[in-house]
Design a protein around this ligand. Structure first.
Ligand code: PLP
Length: 476
């Protein structure tokens, strides 16, 4: 494809995406395809001869679109939002078009330096502790996902807990990780990859009302492990758990980590974006104790997947843990010690120019625009919670400090399960579920850029009408 052909087909592709965005609200949110249907629409083997671009584009509608779940639909309330936006998509296109590899500063200085500055900009926007800024001993890097951030934090924690031995000798002792019973599954995965085994993660009890980690239970778990000769290596605290957006009490947890010399990683994958709003920054109390912190702009900050923002307080320790220097990567800039080589801050070697999408998004929306986006989600969640509260057939299951509302039918699990299935089957709204205290709970995560008050209200009418079919107007 020469540059002129690229220009022509690129315009058609951008038109296609713009049309998709303008019509996505009219589509059923979930695919009606049975398993195997998409694969069956594809030929068994790659074509022998190249094809015309319009033919490829036409097949998007025939082959792919019917098999899509429309995450950008304004009534998509599943999991957590996966925001995208025009500036983010255009910057990703640019990143692909430039095709640079940013593994070393020397392989494309702009790729590294824009990223360092963007991570400092973001730290400023969220008012993160000074220790995470590149102007001090810390710094930020873009990981592909919060799961990778937790893995990298776990590896750096092992390096520190082993007094630097882990690099050479691996896991020689029984190192332990701690997170609340509500911590994300990626914490267990990181522990397994790091060689701690699944039972290397100690699940710590939460308080029964707000579901935050209980500091006394954390202390007891650490003491028990120490008594057994194990080495407490890392505590992963969460701001905004996946099930209910619970917030672990960082001031108490941080003080315990400081007392025992344990690495504190704070996972704010979804909720971290909220801190662009000063009134939501109370969640950061105690963050000054953290050795590392991450959140996903690719969830709720208008930046397309993948973009996890990860900071450490001691960048030298992280680099020491992860660096490997083969001859073919040696270069004068690295040797001078004056540059950042982000390959040493992540698992993979290669990395693309993801900072471009942060740069474009931050400039296009400005802090004001980002705050408006977050505030809209929080206000809509408040409105929804009011509707749930006003209907005696339902109960709110947990506090809703951000834009996720968890609720269920008082009638029981069976009715709540049926309610979710029926609502999702309409194709007009999409919610997911969790279990809270063992009971089936619906999660409605607001936060797509196109979602308005009218969408939330109509979705609630759909939920309420479906409940009437299931449990009647009185809920019995
Ligand atoms: N941590 C929390 C609290 C999450 O809610 C999630 C995903 O929803 C993750 C980690 C994993 O995020 P990622 O998909 O970026 O790995």
């Amino acid at each position: 494809m020469d540059p002129d052909e690229f220009r022509r087909h690129g315009h058609a592709m951008v038109d296609w995406i713009a049309d998709y965005w303008s019509t996505v609200a009219q589509r059923p949110i979930t695919s009606q395809d049975p398993p195997g249907a998409v694969a069956a629409r594809l030929p068994l083997a790659a074509p022998e001869r190249g094809e015309e671009f319009p033919a490829i584009l036409a097949d998007l509608d025939k082959v792919v679109v019917p098999g899509l779940t429309h995450w950008q639909h304004p009534n998509f309330y599943g999991y957590f939002p996966a925001n995208i936006s025009g500036p983010s998509v255009l910057a990703d296109l640019l990143s692909s078009g430039l095709g640079v590899q940013g593994m070393l500063w020397a392989t494309s200085p702009a790729c590294t330096e824009v990223e360092t500055v963007m991570m400092d900009w973001l730290a400023g926007l969220l008012d993160l502790p000074e220790r995470f800024r590149s102007t001090g001993t810390g710094g930020g890097v873009i990981q592909d996902s919060a799961s990778s951030a937790t893995l990298v934090a776990t590896l750096a924690a092992l390096h520190r807990a082993s007094g630097g031995q882990w690099r050479a000798s691996g896991v020689q002792r029984r190192y332990r990780a701690y997170t609340s019973t509500q911590g994300h599954s990626s914490i267990e995965k990181a522990a397994r990859i790091a060689g701690l085994g699944a039972d290397g993660v100690r699940p710590v009890e939460v308080d029964p009302e707000a579901f935050g980690m209980r500091p006394d239970a954390l202390r007891a778990a650490i003491e028990a492990d120490l008594a057994a000769g194990d080495v407490p290596a890392i505590v992963v605290a969460t701001i905004g758990t996946t099930s209910t957006t619970a917030i672990d009490p960082l001031p108490e947890i941080g003080a315990i980590c400081a007392e025992y010399g344990i690495w504190l990683h704070v996972d704010a994958a979804y909720a971290g974006a909220a801190a662009v709003c000063p009134e939501l920054r109370w969640t950061h109390a105690g963050l000054e104790y953290a050795d590392s912190y991450c959140f996903d702009p690719h969830k709720w900050l208008l930046t397309g997947f993948d973009c996890d923002a990860f900071w450490v307080a001691d960048r030298a320790g992280l680099v020491e843990a992860l660096t490997v220097m083969p001859e073919y990567l040696r270069n004068a800039a690295t040797g001078s010690g004056a540059v950042i080589d982000y390959r040493d801050w992540q698992v993979s070697l290669g990395r693309r120019f993801r900072a471009l999408k942060l740069w474009f998004v931050l400039r296009w929306y400005g802090a004001e625009g980002l705050r408006a986006h977050i505030r809209s989600g929080v206000a809509l969640a408040d409105r929804l919670a009011g509707l749930v509260r006003a209907d005696d057939r339902f109960e709110l299951v947990a506090p809703h400090p951000f834009s996720l509302v968890c609720f269920r039918l008082r009638a029981g699990d069976e009715q709540s399960t049926e309610l979710l299935e029926r609502v999702n089957a309409t194709g007009r709204a999409y919610l997911t579920h969790t279990r809270v205290d063992g009971r089936y709970t619906l999660r409605m995560a607001i936060g797509a850029p196109q979602t308005t008050e009218a969408h939330v209200r109509r979705t609630w009418e759909l939920i309420s009408d479906t409940a009437t079919v299931l449990v009647g107007p009185e809920g019995r």
